[in-house]
Design a protein around this ligand. Structure first.
Ligand code: URA
Length: 491
């Protein structure tokens, strides 16, 4: 029996090195064991020998490295040997990961899913508290993941909050971002789990002790921030101007009532939309168009056709029945939608729901989606400020809207705002020119109704103007209502 020692609970790089060596030495999975840190290993195990210098390079199914990275994050104490067994079998059974009835494949799928869910929870539920320290403002969060997902999930927070100094403390592992480097360290003691007011004391204790640069594990740090993320680092120089820009932009937004875009801007957008500026990858990078909405949703979950996927929490795909007579299209998910994974559940969603209710439309009968499926934002402190998607992003994401349209074939599409209208039509129009008219779409069977975006109503500073706009918006929903009973006829 052989034993490989790993540095920490989700030490993927350590596992990979050991697994390569064991494989090169022909060590069968039953003969291989792993221990983390000072954990006791098997009494009879001997340390893994060096890898032979002439070991053949390893080839493995394309999906395996990503899968293994997640498997080693699972709480299962057998995860490392299990991942090694998979790797061992894959050398002989190349298609193993495609055989879903195989118990090892099925187990791997379940484990990967559990890790992904846990990582998602961490993204959604970590709540930072602001602390003033002598060195400036820092943000600290306490979180208790079920699996070992701190390393896996930390790059997400780094991308999302590049301009903040933050720490996430968990009982097993902690991570600290100082604006340049991501550093991992041991966890905080669960008995010190802070109440709302104790965060500062906890951070002061732990920061001084665990984020001592002399104790940083550079190898582990680099392993957990693979090279592919390094291109993010130069962006650090943009943070300050971005934050300043966001502040100025939001001040401007508060000071000025919403206006229609200038003609020059619209022309530019039109040129972008029509021109060759944005290459849309075939099928947005997938092998084929989806056959149903579930497949479309699943594909879109992994969409990387434009850069917006990276800082966003998840793809927010459309929601509603596949036989919906009406599709409502918004611009892009907002902060709350990004966290929940559902369109129109935040403040704009409330305005939308109220208008639907006043028109007597049951939202459950309609399909609600967005022109752009990822939340675009600019970080500002711990807030994320909505940033308008550009027409290149709209154009790339339009492929998804086209799939939704094709799979649902609604009688009516309601475009909520100019971005949605541009995405449906493939060119820009003004709300002023198109609002409240039923426009025939080129497919000959679908109509388009353009109206304002509910967020526009929310931003109106004058309560009377707001009330007027709410009524006009509800009247547009009344027009849409005429198409809803069609659901009964279509069965
Ligand atoms: N605004 C949108 O356009 N869509 C949403 O889902 C939420 C806010």
């Amino acid at each position: 029996m052989f034993l490989a020692r790993l540095d920490y609970a989700a030490d993927f790089e350590g596992w990979r090195e050991a697994a390569r060596t064991a494989l090169a030495l022909g060590i069968a999975p039953e003969e291989m064991s792993f221990a983390v840190g000072d954990e006791a290993g098997s009494l009879f195990a001997e340390p893994l020998p060096e890898r032979p210098a002439d070991a053949a390079p390893l080839t493995v199914a394309k999906a395996f490295p990503d899968l293994a990275r997640k498997l080693v994050c699972h709480a299962d104490p057998e995860r490392f040997t299990f991942a090694y067994r998979l790797l061992w079998r894959l050398q002989r059974e190349r298609k193993l990961l495609e055989i879903v009835s195989d118990p090892d494949t099925a187990r791997a799928v379940e484990m990967e899913k559990a890790v992904r869910r846990d990582s998602h929870k961490m993204k959604a539920f970590v709540r930072f508290r602001e602390i003033e320290t002598e060195e400036g403002r820092v943000y600290v969060a306490w979180f208790e993941p079920f699996h070992h997902v701190v390393e896996l999930t930390a790059p997400f927070f780094m991308r999302r909050f590049p301009g903040m100094v933050w720490s996430i403390l968990t009982p097993e592992r902690s991570v600290h971002w100082d604006g340049t480097d991501l550093a991992f360290a041991p966890g905080a003691d669960p008995k010190d789990k802070p109440g709302d007011d104790d965060m500062e004391a906890l951070w002061l204790t732990y920061y001084a002790s665990i984020f001592n640069p002399a104790r940083l594990k550079v190898k582990a740090m680099q392993a957990e921030m693979p090279k592919k993320y390094w291109h993010n680092l130069p962006e650090a120089v943009l943070i300050e101007p971005l934050i300043r820009g966001a502040e100025a932009a939001s001040r401007r937004m508060i000071e000025t009532a919403p206006t229609l875009p200038s003609l020059r801007h619209e022309r530019q957008v039109e040129r972008d939309m029509a021109g060759k500026k944005t290459a849309v990858p075939a099928f947005n990078g997938f092998n084929r168009p989806p056959e149903d909405l579930d497949e479309a949703r699943e594909q879109a979950r992994n969409c990387k056709a434009c850069p917006l996927w990276e800082p966003a929490t998840q793809t927010v795909f459309g929601k509603g029945p596949a036989n919906a007579p009406v599709i409502f299209v918004g611009e892009q998910p907002g902060d709350q939608e990004d966290l929940a994974g559902e369109p129109f559940i935040g403040p704009a969603g409330k305005v939308f729901d109220a208008a639907l209710a006043s028109a007597g439309i049951d939202r459950a009968q309609a399909y609600v989606t967005n022109a752009v499926k990822h939340f675009k934002f600019e970080p500002r402190g711990k807030r994320r400020i909505h940033a308008k998607p550009n027409m290149g992003e709209v154009k790339v994401c339009r492929w998804w809207l086209e799939q939704e349209r094709e799979l649902i074939r609604p009688k009516l599409i309601v475009a909520l705002g100019a971005t949605a209208a541009a995405s449906v039509l493939g060119h820009t129009v003004t709300i002023r020119d198109t609002r409240s008219k039923l426009i025939d779409l080129p497919d000959g069977e679908t109509k388009l109704l353009v109206t304002v975006h509910p967020a526009y109503i929310l931003r109106l500073p004058d309560p009377e103007a707001q009330a007027r706009e709410r009524e006009a918006f509800a009247a547009d929903m009344e027009m849409a209502k005429r198409f809803v009973p069609a659901i009964a006829r279509r069965g």
